[in-house]
Design a protein around this ligand. Structure first.
Ligand SMILES: NC(=O)c1ccc[n+]([C@@H]2O[C@H](COP(=O)([O-])OP(=O)(O)OC[C@H]3O[C@@H](n4cnc5c(N)ncnc54)[C@H](O)[C@@H]3O)[C@@H](O)[C@H]2O)c1
Length: 342
């Protein structure tokens, strides 16, 4: 089987430890903190900038919990964890992080709230302290990379780096071109991400939702339509995925599934099925109505399901256990000669 993927990697120069400067991460939240840990475990010095005092104060304990979790589950050696912890420091200002003057970061990763204006201003302010060769990126889930780079003097050194949550357990990072991103920026970031154990996939054009969220939201939209039309309950829709084709999807992607099924068969099914799917351009009325009723999911313990706190914790634990098994399987596979990329 042809092993070439659309994600043709170019091996590029990038700053690597121990001589590299620190990886600077703006925002030590759900994504920023574990992303920092990923880089520290690979040997980078990491400097987190966090403006919220309680969040800033909680960085050491959150890091300790994360490292304990990774060690307990056999994903990180105790000695590696021990060495990673002192590589990470947190501050409430970028100036602190970049002093003494002359520190050249290996890269700057913006991971503040999902707010275009905030991100633009934080990026523009950060850029003033950085030399033009430093790669800058944003972990935005879906804001336009081109719009985010609007206030930058050197937009060619900026791109998207969409980590999936939780960043310490999911290998994928979508690396997204903005309209003015240079090839060398994407190549350097991809090579750096591979160095820290991530699986970068290049998104060649800055489209809403990049790749992953386009696919995920298309699936969720149809799932909501099936529930809203009374065809099945939310629980049964979820079972169809978790006990059915979801099991394959972790191993064989949707387009390889087409090839395995036969493209003639896929075409025959699409010819009658697609016209029956939900083609509305608006969000699902069921979703809108739940949100209007204040049913926001686990945040309010009610959404498509009723939740208890124990059920929330249990679901997250089951999800993480499955992600850990997948990571272990990846590592076992990497120890063998590669057979197939699909
Ligand atoms: N949560 C997810 O599942 C997920 C997944 C992928 C990407 N993302 C993206 O990651 C980014 C961060 O999301 P999150 O879930 O980590 O949010 P979060 O609220 O957990 O973290 C954001 C952090 O940024 C800090 N912050 C705000 N302004 C700042 C500033 N000027 N300087 C430094 N720190 C500042 C906040 O205090 C907060 O701790 C968003 O762009 C989001 O879309 C989130």
């Amino acid at each position: 089987m042809n092993q070439q993927t659309a994600n043709e990697q170019v091996t590029a120069a990038f700053p690597r430890p121990p001589s590299a400067g620190p990886v600077v991460i703006l925002g030590a939240g759900l994504v920023g903190l574990p992303t920092g840990l990923v880089f520290a475990l690979a040997g980078y010095q990491v400097r987190l900038v966090e403006t919220d005092p309680p969040r800033c104060d909680s960085v050491p304990s959150r890091l300790t919990d994360l490292l304990d979790f990774l060690v307990t589950h056999g994903l990180v050696e105790h000695a590696t964890a021990h060495m990673a912890m002192p590589r990470i420091a947190v501050s409430d200002t970028l100036e602190d992080v970049l002093s003494p003057a002359g520190v050249t970061p290996a890269a700057l990763i913006e991971a503040v709230f999902e707010d275009l204006e905030l991100k633009r201003s934080v990026l523009a302010a950060a850029e003033r302290s950085l030399s033009p060769e430093v790669v800058m990126c944003s972990v935005t889930s879906g804001l336009s990379i081109t719009a985010l780079s609007g206030g930058l003097q050197h937009p060619e050194r900026f791109c998207g780096a969409h980590f999936w949550n939780p960043p310490h357990l999911i290998p994928l990072v979508e690396v997204i071109y903005g309209a003015r991103t240079a090839d060398r920026t994407v190549a350097a970031l991809c090579t750096m991400l591979e160095y820290v154990g991530k699986r970068p996939v290049v998104v060649r054009r800055d489209v809403p939702g990049f790749i992953g969220n386009r696919l995920l939201h298309a699936l969720q939209k149809e799932a909501m339509a099936v529930v809203a039309s009374g065809v099945a309950s939310a629980a049964d829709v979820d079972l169809v995925v978790t006990q059915g084709f979801g099991r394959r999807l972790g191993v064989v992607g949707p387009l390889a599934v087409c090839d395995l099924a036969g493209l003639d068969l896929v075409l025959d099914v699409d010819a009658y099925l697609l016209r029956d799917l939900d083609r509305s351009a608006d969000p699902s009325p069921l979703l809108t109505s739940l949100v209007e009723q204040g049913k926001l999911g686990v945040k309010t313990l009610e959404g498509f399901y009723q939740w208890t706190q124990e059920e929330v914790a249990g679901t997250i634990a089951r999800r993480d256990a499955a992600l850990i098994r997948a990571l272990r399987a990846d590592r076992a596979e990497q120890a063998q000669p590669a057979e197939s990329s699909h």
